[in-house]
Each structure stands twice: as structure tokens, then as C-alpha cells.
Design a protein. Structure first.
Length: 555
């Protein structure tokens, strides 16, 4: 026997080797065949030696039969060493069950239990099989439950033991969505829920979209139109002539004729939001704005390279009622001049977004905030990597701002903290500073001091905050943690109360650990969702208060 065999180490087997083993053709079987061939070639041996050889062959046959029976019973018999522990018994013999002790006749289906060194009777074997079957069912159910919990975490919800009757009905509708014409009237609120579920599951098609189209509809939101063809998109305008607000995302099949048809049929349209209309040409945009811009109050377009500077100018010069303008990932706008015209053409903006463009510079945004700042409620400059600290002082003009999003904008810690300390406007409610990696303790502490009483959602993902800041703003001044820091003459931060905070993202803030998570949960009573992706010291063992969903912990 080789060293690998003595250590119980087995290499990979070929398909032929595995087949022969399953058929009972092993090394012992081949040795027996070789002995038989040798007997045919040589002369007869003495009778005693022949009898001894036959007995040896019989022993090999018995072992082969036992090995074949073990394979039928599902026991691993690849190793010949394991067979040495099986007691030598013949099939048909009477044996005693190692479980219940009753007598029974051995058969090829009798099951050998290694831990008890004996066989089970048929009744005990059936009970054991039932327990094993139930164990597999329990494992499958546990796996499904873990999947449901993980899915709920991704959806930022919890798993309820008893679903709502309304949710059950909606699930049934989703399963029979192809029979859309028999569903009848299910209400606008339920339509919106079903639309979101269908969009998420990529089941919103040219046929299923008819469920959401009614003549009295004034607002329609379809979040995945990738499977709705041109005829289906036309039916939106023909079936819903009273639409005032229309949102079509992932609308890659929307083309010039559809947009022209909307301009002809949707006479009451005041809000249009499109994501991915890359088939609409520059001339089609201009023709659409010539007709529809005077009545538009909200306009949003994302992810298209055919919306040019001329298209933007055509919109803003003909839309005096425009109060919400959102432009994102528009590669067709290649200069900052068009952005610079916005404050001179639209003076009453309440919501403004220009995101993920390298052509928004400090001068353009400063001029815009100087004019429209007092009316702005929401400002989004995500991904504008050309901006610097130069535009920050102009934020002080935004005296009514409640939502500020500066994702990946390269602002610095000192200047942002300085701006917040001098800002006399209303407190912020929603702040997104995702991957503003040049910020730090000073800026975030200034933000918390400025808006702690009104903050509802806060994203601090990837900001290199220290553990000292996180623990101190969550503890009273007489807490042992602060006493210890005071003796060491380190930076001192006062406690900050966050009574309205419901969402907080601390992902990839490496100083966050289980203790910080527990403190955040205890101090922020209204907090419902806490994200800690990438914080490798946040584990499943950490204490989390009831009602708080923590997403991204290591487990």
C-alpha cells in the first residue's frame, strides 16, 4: 500500500474507474479473474491447495457482495479499510437490530450503522430515512428563509410572518399577469405597486402595460420600459389623454414618432421624466419643446448622448413655468455655456440637478446659485468632478435648501466646514456626501451641528471619519469615553442629537465597529436603516436594537 493510501488520501478518479467501482469491479475482483486465468494456463495444483484457493475466492466474493450491498444502501465503500469494520454476516441470517433489538433477516437492503457497529431492521431503517428526509426538508426551508431575509435586507424591509392580504392579492395578480384583461379595476395605488414589482422582475411588456392605462389617469410611472415596443408606448398617450405627469425609465425604444405623438395627444402634460431615450434626435427634441415647453413645470432627462446644448437652450428659453430641472449623464452637452444660461432664463427653480458631467464649472454653478439660490429646495451636483471649493461660498445663497447631494465632488474638509458654520439658511433634511473622500471629522461635525434637528437621511459612505468623532457625538459629556479622551488632551466633540434621522449610510467608514453600531441604534431612536457595507469590524454578533435594519454586516 502506498503512503497516500495509508494516509487515506485519494486522488481524482476517471469516469471509467468510477463506473467500474459502482458495478462492483474492484481490484479484488480483477485479482480473482487473474487467478482464474492462471489456473487455465498451468497444470492442476494439489487438491488441498486448490481448496484453499477456492475458499479465498469465496471470501473475496462475500466481501464484493457486501460492498455492492453497501453501495445500494448509500454507504461510502470506496475504501477497503472501512469494510474491515463491518461484521462478517451472510444475507438471510438472523441478526438483532442495533436500535430496537428485535430480530430480523439480513438482506441487501439492510443498513449498517458505523457508529453502532451493527445493522438496522426494516422498521428502524424506515424511521431513520424519514428523519433524514425531514432534516433535508428543514435545511431547504432554512435556506429559503435565509434567502428571504437577505432579499428583504436588499429591499430595506423586514420579513413578516403573516403577509398582508393586499400583498397576497398583488402577488397573485403578478403570477397571472398575462390574463391582464380580466383583472378589472384594482385602484391607482395598487397599480403603482404592481408596476414597481413588474419593473423589478423585468415583466413589464407591451401587453402587461395595458393594466396601467385608464382614461382618468393623471399620473403614470413606468420604471422599466425596455420590453415595451413603439406601439405600446403610443398607447400611453391614446389611452390616457388626461395625463399630467409621465415618468418613463429605461425607455430605449422611445423614438421620434412617439415623442411627436405625445406632443399631439397629451395636452395637459406638465411633468415629463425620461431615462435612456437615446433614439430621440436633436431635431425631435426641438420640435417637442416648441409645442410643450410653455406648459412644462418639471422636466428630467438622463442617459442620452443626443440631448445637446441646443436642446437645452430650446427648453429653458421657452419654459417660463419650469420649477424642476434634472439633467444627468448628457454627453451631448459638451460646453458650460448652456448651463450658464439657465439662471437667466429660469429664475424660479425649486429643484435643480446637473450630475455626472465634466462641463459644470465653479463659475456656472456660482452664478446660478446667486440668482436662483433663494428659491432652491433641492440641489444635486453628483459626479461634477470639475467643481472645487470655489463654489462652496455660493451655497449660503440657498436659504431654503433642504436636500443637498454632492456625490464624489472633490470638496475639502476645511472649506466645507467653514461654509456650514457661516450658512444661515434653513437646516438640511437630506444630505448625500457619498465618496467625498477629502472630507473628514471637521466637515461632518459642522454638518451635524448645523442640521442635527432636521436631518432625515444622511450618506457618509467612504468618508474617513475617526472613531473619536463617532463615539463622542453619540455620548453625553460625562461619559467615561469622553473623560478618558479629556485626560489625553484629544479633540473634544459635544453630543449631537438626531431625533428625525431615519436612514444612515456608514459604509466603508473603517472606524465603525459593533460598538459604534450599537451606540448609533440606541441614540438615534427614529433610525430605521443603517448601512455598514465594507466595515469589516461590523459583525453579526453586534447588538442591534429592535426595529433597526442593519445592512452589510459580516456573517
Amino acid at each position: 500500500m502506498s503512503n497516500r493510501e495509508r494516509r487515506g488520501v485519494r486522488g481524482p478518479n476517471s469516469a471509467l474507474t468510477e463506473f467500474l467501482r459502482n458495478e462492483g469491479i474492484t481490484d479484488a475482483f480483477r485479482r480473482r479473474r487473474e487467478l482464474q486465468q492462471d489456473d487455465d494456463e498451468v497444470e492442476a495444483e494439489p487438491e488441498a491447495e486448490q481448496v484453499q484457493q477456492e475458499e479465498s475466492e469465496d471470501d473475496e466474493e462475500v466481501r464484493e457482495m457486501k460492498r455492492a450491498a453497501a453501495l445500494k444502501r448509500g454507504r461510502d465503500s470506496d475504501s477497503e479499510d472501512e469494510d474491515e469494520h463491518v461484521p462478517f454476516k451472510k444475507f438471510g441470517e438472523i441478526d438483532h437490530c442495533v436500535d430496537c433489538g428485535s430480530e430480523f433477516h439480513l438482506s441487501v437492503y439492510s443498513r449498517f450503522i458505523n457508529s453502532k457497529s451493527g445493522y438496522l431492521c426494516e422498521n428502524c431503517n424506515s424511521q431513520l430515512l424519514q428523519r433524514e428526509r425531514q432534516a433535508r426538508i428543514n435545511q431547504l426551508q432554512a435556506r429559503k428563509q435565509r434567502k428571504r431575509i437577505a432579499q428583504a435586507l436588499l429591499n430595506r424591509t423586514t420579513v413578516s410572518k403573516i403577509p398582508k392580504l393586499q400583498d397576497v392579492c398583488i402577488r397573485e395578480i403578478i403570477q397571472h399577469i398575462n390574463e391582464v384583461e380580466v383583472l378589472g379595476d384594482i385602484g391607482n395605488l395598487n397599480r403603482a405597486k404592481i408596476s414597481q414589482i413588474l419593473s423589478k422582475n423585468r415583466q413589464l411588456t407591451s401587453k402587461t402595460v395595458d393594466l396601467f392605462l385608464t382614461p382618468d389617469l393623471t399620473s403614470l410611472e413606468l420604471w422599466d420600459c425596455s420590453n415595451i415596443d413603439s406601439a405600446g408606448l403610443d398607447r400611453i398617450a391614446s389611452y390616457c389623454p388626461n395625463l399630467q405627469k409621465l415618468t418613463l425609465f429605461m425607455c430605449g425604444q422611445l423614438h421620434n414618432d412617439n415623442l411627436k405623438y405625445y406632443a399631439e395627444k397629451l395636452k395637459k402634460l406638465t411633468s415629463l421624466k425620461l431615462n435612456g431615450p437615446f433614439l430621440i434626435s436633436e431635431s425631435a427634441w426641438s420640435e417637442f419643446f416648441d409645442i410643450m415647453a410653455p406648459q412644462l413645470e418639471e422636466f428630467e432627462v438622463r442617459n442620452t448622448h443626443r440631448f445637446s446644448s441646443d436642446s437645452l437652450i430650446s427648453l429653458i428659453t421657452q419654459a417660463p413655468k419650469l420649477s424642476s430641472l434634472k439633467l444627468s449623464r448628457l454627453d451631448g452637452i459638451t460646453t458650460s455655456e448652456a448651463y450658464g444660461l439657465i439662471p437667466h432664463c429660469v429664475s424660479d427653480l425649486a429643484e435643480f440637478e446637473v450630475s455626472y458631467t465634466p462641463h459644470m464649472n465653479d463659475e456656472s454653478i456660482s452664478n446660478l446659485l446667486a440668482i436662483t439660490g433663494p428659491t432652491l429646495v433641492s440641489l444635486n451636483l453628483d459626479g461634477c468632478t470639475s467643481l472645487t471649493d470655489t463654489f462652496l461660498p455660493s451655497l449660503q445663497n440657498c436659504t431654503n435648501l433642504t436636500t443637498l447631494s454632492l456625490r464624489q465632488v472633490p470638496i475639502t474638509d476645511t472649506e466645507f466646514a467653514k461654509t456650514l458654520k457661516q450658512w444661515n439658511g434653513t437646516s438640511l433634511q437630506n444630505v448625500d456626501l457619498y465618496k467625498c473622500i477629502d472630507l473628514g471629522d471637521a466637515a461632518i461635525y459642522a454638518l451635524l451641528n448645523h442640521s442635527h434637528s432636521t436631518l432625515i437621511e444622511l450618506n457618509l459612505n467612504s468618508i474617513p471619519l475617526t472613531r473619536d468623532l463617532l463615539t463622542q457625538v453619540l455620548t453625553e459629556d460625562d461619559h467615561p469615553i469622553k473623560k478618558h479622551l479629556r485626560t489625553e488632551e484629544k479633540q473634544w466633540y459635544k453630543k449631537v442629537n438626531l431625533p428625525l434621522l431615519t436612514y444612515l449610510d456608514l459604509g466603508f467608514v473603517r472606524s465603525v465597529d459593533d460598538e459604534v453600531v450599537a451606540m448609533v441604534g440606541d441614540e438615534c431612536k427614529s433610525l430605521h436603516i443603517l448601512e455598514v457595507y465594507g466595515d469589516n469590524r461590523c459583525t453579526i454578533r453586534g447588538k442591534v436594537r429592535s426595529g433597526l435594519i442593519v445592512i452589510g454586516r459580516l456573517s
